[in-house]
Design a protein around this ligand. Structure first.
Ligand code: BTN
Length: 315
């Protein structure tokens, strides 16, 4: 009730009636919410209000999620080392497939290629999704792409801002990075565990000296602060959809969704692969396998996405 009326106050009497609590029960419930990181303001005339920014809350996140594989269990932490590591550690527990781990802050958040990932507490989204892949049906590259596309679609859907993707899966707003995805796999207790880790700059941007390329946050682009709960749900729902398609062996939709957001197609670029340099126009770029380049001499060449470097920084 406090969340649903977050822009206004609600009387303690209405809260007690609505939650079927005695005054003592209501006090205990409010104390419990404060213990979970929420800040509740109560005025002398008995009006309560949930102060913003609102802490990450598993109950709120799960409340509006459609039943599916991802998000059957959600855990929110104040601070962890890396949400990816917490997700991997949970793989030993029964029924942990689809677990979503979120944290307000990370002390050793990881980015791609050995980078670190920074996130301001109570501001951004640092989320990892654990998938157990006993049947070897979750291609790591496909999941990485699914993570990027899901974040891009979640932002489009919830905030209404046009996102783009930079190979393979950085999410951009106005040409600046707003989110990155780190997908990792480990063998745990005889099972293949895959974690899709997503970092989204929602209400704060990392300082320029901490990032390799220009970064932004959703709030700066939208011009207002953004509530994280619904955005988290939107991303989880989109990821659920793509993971289902990957499992069913239907990769074309994902490729199309990715390609429609990637500005690389049709641009001229120079790629270094196996110590050779290729220059031409990008005909197709598959996030999973390869890049097809129409070279200036008229010949087409297919280069593996893995191991290719883009010289002009476009991709
Ligand atoms: C990148 O380099 O662009 C990928 C960044 C991925 C960061 C996220 S934050 C949640 C999860 N936990 C981590 O330690 N890393 C990922």
């Amino acid at each position: 009730m406090l969340y649903d009326r977050r822009d206004a106050s609600i009387s303690l009497r209405e809260l007690a009636l609505g939650s079927d609590c005695s005054p003592e029960g209501l006090e205990a419930a409010l104390n419990c919410l404060c213990g979970r990181g929420h800040r509740i303001q109560i005025s002398p005339d008995g009006l309560a209000r949930l102060k913003q920014p609102i802490a990450l809350d598993e109950g709120l996140i799960q409340r509006g999620l459609a039943a599916g594989r991802i998000g059957r269990h959600v855990i929110c932490f104040g601070e962890v080392g890396s949400t990816n590591d917490v997700a991997f550690d949970s793989a030993r527990q029964a029924d942990s497939d689809g677990l979503v781990v979120l944290a307000e802050s990370q002390t050793s958040g990881r980015g791609r290629i050995g980078r670190t990932w920074h996130g301001e507490p109570m501001s951004n989204i640092m989320m990892s999704v654990l998938l157990l892949d006993d049947r070897q049906e979750l291609h790591l590259g496909a999941l990485t792409v699914a993570g990027g596309v899901a974040v891009a679609e979640g932002i489009d859907e919830y905030v209404g801002l046009p996102t783009r993707l930079k190979w393979p899966n950085d999410v951009l707003l106005d040409g600046k990075k707003v989110s990155g995805v780190l997908t990792e796999a480990r063998r745990i207790a005889g099972r293949q565990a895959v974690v899709v880790g997503m970092g989204i700059n929602v209400n704060s941007c990392p300082p320029p000296e901490q990032v390799a390329r220009p970064a932004t946050c959703i709030a700066s682009e939208a011009g207002h602060l953004v509530e994280r709960t619904e955005l988290i749900r939107a991303v989880i729902s989109r990821l659920e959809c793509w993971v289902r398609q990957i499992v069913q062996g239907r990769g074309e939709g994902l490729h199309k969704a990715w390609a429609s957001r990637c500005d690389m197609i049709g641009t001229r670029t120079t790629v270094v692969c196996s110590q050779r340099q290729y220059t031409g126009r990008v005909l197709d770029i598959s996030p999973l396998d390869e890049l097809v380049l129409a070279q200036d001499d008229g010949q087409c060449v297919t280069l593996p996405a893995k191991g290719s470097t883009f010289l002009d920084g476009k991709c």
